[in-house]
Each structure stands twice: as C-alpha cells, then as structure tokens.
Write a protein that binds this ligand. Structure first.
Ligand code: NAD
Ligand code: ZN
Length: 358
C-alpha cells in the first residue's frame, strides 16, 4: 500500500492509503501488534457498513475482536461518553497491550483517541477514518478530545495513533453534503501550501463531488487525500503542539467559527462555515494589501464550484465580531488572522479591528 510517514521522533507513524483496502486491514495491523485483544470503537451508521470487513480481516489473522458502539452524533463527543467507554473497557478487561481502533468520522476519532490517551495512562490506538474530513484532517496530527457544554474541544490531549489506515472507497457511502464539507479543508491546504493542489481542484472538482464508480474518481480522491495528509503532516512535524506555525491550518477558521457560533452550530457544517471563512479571510487579505484581487476570485470560484457557500448568514457584523473576539486565536486582546499572500502562501498577522468592520 501507498504510505507516507509522519515524523515525530519516537511518536512517528505511517499513514496508509488505499482503495477497497479494508479487507487487508488485519495484515497491516498484525505487523504492529502482537497482543490478541482488539477493540473497535465505531457508531451504528459506520459499523453497519464497515465493521464486518475489518473484523473479518482481524479474525483471519488470529485476533480477538470486540466492538463498542457510540451513538451517531457530535453530541456524544463528551466526557459522559468517554466515561461510558472506560466502563466498557474495564468490563472487557482491557489492559495496556489492548489496542483501540477508531472506525468512523472525526467524532469517533477524537473520542476514541482521547479515551486511548487516558485509559491506563495510555493504550495504543489506530485511526481508520471514514469521512473526507477525518481522512484529510482530524485523523492526522494527534489532537484528541471531547466537547464541554461551554465550548467545543475544551478537554483533550495530544496523542498520536500507531498508524492511520485510509480507504478512499469508504467515501462512496458518505452523504454528498459531508463530502463537500470535507473538500473545504482540502481547498484550505491548497491555499496555505500547495498551488498545484489548488489548480488540481479547480480542474477536477466535478469528478470529486459526484459519487461515481469511475476509476478516475478513485484516483482523484487518492490524490487529494494523500496531498492533504502530506501537507498536514509537514505542518504538524514542524509544530506538533501548536506553539506557532501550526496555526496556519486555521486559515478561514476564525470567521468560520464565528459563523458556526452565531448560528448555534445548527445551520452549517464545519466545512461550510470554513468555506465562508476562507472567502472572508481572502477578502480581508486583499483589503489589508496582502494579496491581489485575482487571489480572492480564485478562492471564491473554487469554493462555489465545489457547491459550498461563499457568503455568511445575514446577521449584523457586530455579532460576528463578538464571536470572533472569543475565538481562541485572540492573543493579548489582538485578533490574529491567517492572511493569504498568494495561492500556496499564507502568513499569520494581527489585524486591526477597524479592518473587520468594513
Ligand atoms: N482532531 C482534529 O484535529 C480535528 C480536526 C477537525 C475536526 N475535528 C472534529 O471532527 C468532528 C467532525 O468530524 P466529521 O465531519 O467526520 O463528522 P462525523 O464523525 O460526525 O461524521 C459525519 C457523519 O457521517 C457518518 N459517516 C462517517 N463515515 C461514513 C461513511 N463512510 N459512509 C456513510 N456515513 C458515514 C457519521 O456517522 C456521521 O453521521 C468534530 O467533532 C470536530 O471537532 C477534529
Ligand atoms: Zn476545520
């Protein structure tokens, strides 16, 4: 299988990429783990589709496979559910050698990773991401955690998996809206680091958004997922714990989070809000004299072509400003933005509040 390595010293790990490759999961797994006991954490939606193929491949290699289901939804990414998982792990007599497999989207990945980081002070875990967002973003980089009623991802740990196993064929069953939302993060990687990926998206976005059985779609998916992971890996390698430049991954996210907050996380998927945020951040960059108008137009057009929104809801600007001020990227009272200089090049800069009221 094709793979890339995330270089983090003793926490380094590979990301495997394939197509219809879940049936071979057990073989790869066996090359990492000797202990027989394996626990697959998933939800009923994903479990129904993919847990059998994974379990069968593990059973074939002689593993003892258990499964834990968490209900489907962001509202279950909580300490309450982490605690229920601890109860189940204890009941299953899971020990330090027992490994967990997170099979699902970002919700399952974040929750399972957090439980793996904390159960018995840390047990090994593997990510098998099944949404585009999880394949290009949440499964790579080691951020794990749960939500608090006062805010998203407020409790968590940096904890790297032993490996990530991506099968792009799982994306065929994904809802189109989820697919497009994931594409927003792929577009983001193009803007922050990779003009070629951006151009590829401009030329091939139709192939990517239409669910088809064509080989061309599989190879296009493999291409963008692999490029995205390579970019995220290189950013994380340079700044694992977000002390500095990892923040460029937040391009479009300051305003995006504000859009999510003012609409109470109901109206927009995260990727849709990020799409709106990327257009906003590009316009802001242009107003600040950091990029020319054609950059803004290219960002807006590719987002539109992907079927993502380019404009936020019609609320008074003041409400967005308020939501942005509480965003975690406010440092010492100044609002810091990721600004785009040109496709593939960004910088982090503090922005005068007066620029934002424009
Ligand atoms: N750790 C990180 O670095 C990081 C980065 C970005 C986002 N996140 C987190 O990720 C979460 C969002 O992840 P998400 O967008 O994957 O949402 P999700 O996990 O809720 O998945 C979206 C929906 O798709 C379903 N699904 C998953 N795979 C499927 C498949 N192959 N076929 C059909 N349906 C499938 C899920 O059951 C769910 O209903 C958020 O909690 C966010 O905070 C974490
Ligand atoms: Zn995001």
């Amino acid at each position: 299988m094709d793979s890339i390595k995330v270089n983090l010293g003793e926490r380094s790990y590979p990301i495997y990429f394939g197509n219809e490759s879940l049936k071979d999961f057990g073989k790869t797994y066996k090359s990492f783990f000797k202990s027989k006991k394996v626990i697959v954490v998933t939800n009923p939606t994903v479990g129904r589709l993919y847990s059998k193929v994974i379990s069968d491949s593990l059973l074939k290699e002689g593993f003892e496979v258990n499964r834990i289901d968490v209900p489907d939804g962001e509202e279950y990414k909580t300490l309450t559910w982490a605690s229920k998982l601890f109860d189940k792990l204890i009941a299953m007599k899971a020990d330090r050698q027992t490994s967990l497999i997170a099979l699902g989207g970002g919700v399952i990945g974040d929750l399972t990773g957090f439980v793996a980081a904390t159960y018995l002070r840390g047990v090994p875990f593997v990510q098998v991401p099944t949404t585009l967002l999880a394949q290009v973003d949440s499964s790579v980089g080691g951020k794990t955690g749960v939500n608090h009623r006062k805010g998203k991802n407020l409790i968590g740990a940096f904890y790297q998996p032993k490996f990530v196993y991506i099968d792009v064929d799982t994306l065929k069953s994904l809802h189109k809206r989820e697919m497009k939302a994931g594409l927003a993060e792929v577009i983001k990687y193009g803007v922050i680091r990779d003009p070629e990926l951006f151009k590829y998206l401009e030329d091939n976005i139709d192939i990517l958004t239409q669910n088809s059985k064509f080989k061309s779609q599989n190879s296009a998916l493999l291409h963008i997922v692999k490029r995205s992971c390579a970019i995220k890996a290189s950013v994380v390698e340079a700044d694992e714990r977000e002390a500095g430049n990892r923040a460029i991954l937040n391009f479009g996210h300051t305003f995006g989070h504000a859009v999510e907050a003012v609409t109470k996380y109901k109206e927009y998927k995260h990727g849709e809000a990020v799409a709106i945020g990327m257009v906003y951040a590009s316009e802001l960059s242009h107003r600040a004299g950091v990029c020319n108008k054609s950059v803004v137009e290219r960002v807006r057009n590719v987002i539109k072509k992907a079927g993502l929104p380019t404009e936020g809801p019609d609320f008074p600007r003041k409400r967005f400003l308020k939501a942005m001020e509480i965003d975690k990227k406010v440092v010492g009272g100044e609002l810091r933005f990721v600004l785009v200089e040109g496709i593939g090049k960004v910088r982090i800069e503090k922005v005068d509040m007066s620029m934002l009221t424009h």
